[in-house]
Write a new protein. Structure first.
Length: 149
């Protein structure tokens, strides 16, 4: 089971970092010593065993938002840190897409995942509020279009 979780974490991270085509590529923003990485992907892109392991519903009409917060360290690579992550999404018709974020940790990896419904050719505006360990709050927004067919 531990080997599957380790493999699953690596697989999800790889999907989120290198996804192309029908899903967006990873995006990141800098806030002082912090890097906030975020991405969306259709849940049907996930392998069934990984979706089951993390309690994610696989469907062409569902997607996940993944957020990772890294803190820059002098002389070493940025390290994942815990944060409070709030996310909201609304489509161009002002319909709110319900989403609650949950933390997933595996080894040194920490990321936040939220599921939400999507429709074909739907464009969503996302707003993220990320509070870091130092008490600073960072806001960012992005737009993503989804294709389900």
């Amino acid at each position: 089971m531990k080997a599957l979780k380790t493999w699953a974490t690596a697989f999800i991270c790889a999907i989120l970092m290198f996804a192309t085509g029908m899903v967006s590529a990873e995006q990141a923003e800098q806030f002082g010593d912090y890097e906030i990485h975020y991405n969306t992907v259709s849940t049907d892109f996930l392998a069934p065993q990984i979706a089951k392991l993390y309690g994610i519903t696989r469907s062409s009409n569902r997607a996940i938002l993944t957020v990772t917060v890294l803190k820059k360290q002098l002389g070493v690579a940025a390290l994942p840190v815990k944060a409070q992550v709030q996310a909201s999404a609304v489509n161009l018709s002002n319909q709110i897409k319900p989403m609650s974020m949950r933390e997933i940790t595996e080894g040194d990896a920490i990321y936040y995942v939220g599921e939400f419904p999507i429709s074909d050719n739907e464009t969503l505006d996302f707003n993220l509020i990320v509070s870091t360990d130092g008490g600073a709050t960072h806001s960012l927004a992005f737009r993503q279009q989804f294709f389900t067919e």
